[in-house]
Ligand binder design. Sequence first.
Ligand code: BGC
Length: 847
Amino acid sequence: MKNLRMERVKRDHLSKRGMIIVSSSMWQLKTNCKHMKRLFSFFCVMAFAVVLGLATVGSVYAKQPTANKDVKKIVASMTLKEKAQLVIGTGMYFELPDSILAKMPQGFGGDVDPNDPEYSEMVKSIRKYVPGAAGNSSRFEKLGVTTQVLADGPAGLRIQPKRKAVEQTYYCTAFPIATNLASTWDTELVYSVGKAMGNEVLEYGADVLLAPGMNIQRDPLCGRNFEYYSEDPLVTGKMAAAMVKGIQSNGVGTSIKHFAANNSETNRMSVNTIVSERALREIYLRGFEIAVKEAQPWTVMSSYNKINGVYTSESHDLLTKILRDDWKFEGYVMTDWGGGSDVVAQMNAGNDMIQPGKSEQIYGLIKAVEEDRLDVKVLDKNVERILNIMLLSPKYKGYAYTSKPDLKAHAQVTRQAAADGMVLLENKVNALPLAKSIKTVAAFGNTSYDFISGGTGSGDVNEAYTVSLIDGLANGGYTTMGELKEIYSTYAKEAIAKQGPSKNPFAFLGGKDPIAEMAVSKELASKMAQKTDVALITIGRNSGEGRDRDPIEGDFYLLPTEKVMIQNVTEVFHAVGKKAIVVLNIGGAVETASWKNIPDAVLLAWQPGQEGGNSVVDVLSGKVNPSGKLAVSFPIKYEDAPTAKTFPGHAIEGQVGNEDDLSGFSFMRRTPWEVIYDEDVYVGYRYYNTFNVPVSYEFGYGLSYTNFEISNLKLSSSTFNKLINVSVDVKNTGKGAGREVVQVYLSAPTKKIQKPEEALVNFGKTKLLNPGESQTLTFEIDARDLSSFDEATSSWVAEAGKYTVKVGNSSIKIAQKADFSLEKEVVVETVSKALVPTQAFNRLTQK
Ligand code: BGC
């Protein structure tokens, strides 16, 4: 029996599963705002050159000062107030209709300083650069300090699409959600998505994209899972690194977020994540470590939560010892919007910029320096880090942005990426691809008509259009039923009119709630079965920040209306010899075990961005052979998840919340709340596979229209010495061309440290292989892949003994195995002792 920390936990006190909804995001709005002055004047750059005695060159770029030396000069010439004004953001900018403003919680909105007209003018002026951007940093023209425009988010740039008195529109491309991208297992493709996304950041005049989101999908119910890649840290880290490189190849920055262990939305402003050092290092920090080391993002966004009792934005352990000392991060750290509560602690921790910021924080900081509660040298360092990144930014370089990115070209990028990340879950008797004889389609399910391109909150892009499933079908040459469309549209209108108050914490900012599914009678279904060749049934789900997926019925679980729809439609179509196919338009795992065998095929389309309908039809029609694999497990029932008993946490006994605590620019309550990660490192497949808990679909799973054979596994050596090279052959043994994902797992000896049955150490994807064609894929396994985190010594240790390499196309479907041995234990790396859990952790886990 595996000796799990989680098994030592008394779970009874964790059984409360109250989903307390807390509202706290500061994301921006689709509203009109003042006319934007498009280009930051070249004069600012010229002024900087004059100040520094440098000549400018005759291009769109001013001549660059040498980095650190000149930054130090700027810092030396700044007043204390200017330094404080730089590290504190300039507030959020809302120009909302009065009707919405009246509903806004107090404290939510922009900030200027009534006591400092010059600063206030500057703030008002920089807000006009990119309306709808989530934040800005201060500009000081006389110092040559340019603003940095910071804008969301992970599925594409989120800015205001329309500006007052301007005819031009500023729509951005809604790319597939992160979970969809991760399911491609294709880092090159993710790089190309990042490149297109970053181009919109550049051409719309922003400097830093607040993306990618890269928290671990610890539990199926986290409301923001759609913004994150995977339950696995390697997939997360590799995807994020590719995305960062792609975005930053444009000369704009990224902010990897939310650092760290921010895996639920319930009480997100105050939740204390109680977690072991090992689970942090191996699971929750590992992805960030990969992204930092491989891609050097310009910035990191600390998260809202605490880790082991300390807000992440106030944690010196996290932001200095781990991020900078251990990983050598070179950029700056910003808070999440309103995160943490003590600006002095944040500066000391290495959280260089406070967003969105308010003027009282500026004065608080000045006072702290004057009263010797904050060493000005610390502040200088924070300022220096922000300025170092400024030197790289388009605004500083005077880039002449066009506000006209090539949206048509980017639409093609998202269309292909989304299709490549769709996962074929079921395909009985080759129901898919649709036979050439199929011409007419009956589309059931509300979301067939109102397709969901992405989740809600700051990760929601203001795109010009979303191709619905029925539009995609029409574009693909299929005929859909006008009559059925009419029925759905009448139903939707009535359902919207009857809808009760929204549960979305940001409902006051607009946006719509999904409507309940329409009941499909057998009569309606059989009428359609007479007239069409095939049935598509779409099941849709949406979620977003500030709220976890609740209630579970109708979100993780399908409602009876939905199951009956699948049952009725399939039955009557089968009765006339026709097929029924389910399309899942969702952002995170749902229950599938109870109904997946009813229809003929199930395609997991995720929330695939603005070209969604086209991407789905590309797969249904066979234009694209599905090659996506799950980057997250689909449990049979929610209770099977190792986190089900602890998610999303519980109130802290004996502590009372301060309802008035609006510290850190926020309107939310900080209810005392904690969540205990008692499953430790056994997250996702690491748990299911180790404890033989069956799942509906395992991590790494996904079908294709063809078949592949993985063979000829070779290791470069049977004893480990620094590196082992692995190679395998992949052959397309089926009928159509296709691509296969090859996954390399490793089982390690467990004499000293208990370990999961296996963990992913590498992966790759073939090129498009024609029937009969083969490709050899090669992988490396290095010492770090062999190691586990040893809390006693704060080091990564590879134990001596036998290791098994398992290669396959899912975490369960292992095609080939081979062993190698490590003769002597290796201490691969020793890192800082950091984020040690408090006594509470030991008490709660009975350590
Ligand atoms: C979200 C961040 C986002 C920020 C700015 C916060 O509420 O958690 O992900 O980048 O707002 O909009």
